[in-house]
Design a protein around this ligand. Structure first.
Ligand SMILES: [Cu+2]
Length: 193
């Protein structure tokens, strides 16, 4: 099954891109992400999100429940669900790696081309925030049905070239700036007919 996503900006990041994934049984045979317009020379966490109770779509400002003008990662969970695959550059790809910023792509000049082969879906028992879990088979079946959402994180709101605490601390990890974890681009991994 081949899936394709058009990535559109979130949080006024100006980012965009495309993603493709080939999924067979409980394995992602190949996944590629082409992104541009991101905060330059910064790591960008990227994941496939899915939740049985999620809308299986990208969030809008309507999900900004604390009304601060940003949709943070947790506020987006009702739309896209928790992390089910971490699209790291090497090593572990389970949700456990979801914020291991040293293993995510770095946006030279704001863009990157990422690809990786042979990632396996795993059981998700929860990823540190709400949205539920699932067996590897449940998650793989749903992603093959077009319910997975690809999300790239990292937004330099104040445009100073680095992730800083200008927008406060991340709701996921108070040692990280919100700029490092807020979603920057998002697209539903839709089935290619
Ligand atoms: Cu994510």
């Amino acid at each position: 099954m081949t899936l394709e996503a058009q990535l559109d900006q979130l949080n006024g990041s100006g980012a965009s891109g495309t993603a493709t994934a080939t999924v067979r049984n409980q394995k992602i045979q190949h996944v590629a992400v082409h992104a541009k317009g991101l905060t330059p020379d910064a790591p960008h966490a990227q994941h496939i999100h899915y939740g049985e109770q999620a809308l299986n779509e990208c969030p809008t400002l309507a999900q900004d429940s604390n009304d601060d003008g940003r949709v943070n990662t947790v506020e987006g969970v009702p739309a896209y669900g928790p992390v089910v695959v971490s699209l790291t550059t090497s090593g572990d790809t389970t949700p456990a790696s979801f914020l291991d910023v040293t293993r995510f792509p770095v946006s030279a000049n704001g863009s990157y081309d990422y690809s990786r082969a042979n990632l396996t879906f795993t059981r998700v028992a929860g990823t540190g925030y709400s949205g539920g879990g699932g067996t590897a088979k449940q998650i793989a079946d749903a992603v093959r049905d077009g319910e997975g959402v690809l999300v790239i994180h990292g937004v330099d709101y104040n445009g100073n070239g680095i992730y800083d605490f200008g927008a406060g601390a991340s709701e996921l990890d108070s040692s990280l700036p919100a700029e490092a974890t807020d979603p920057a681009a998002c697209g539903v991994l839709a089935v290619v007919k």
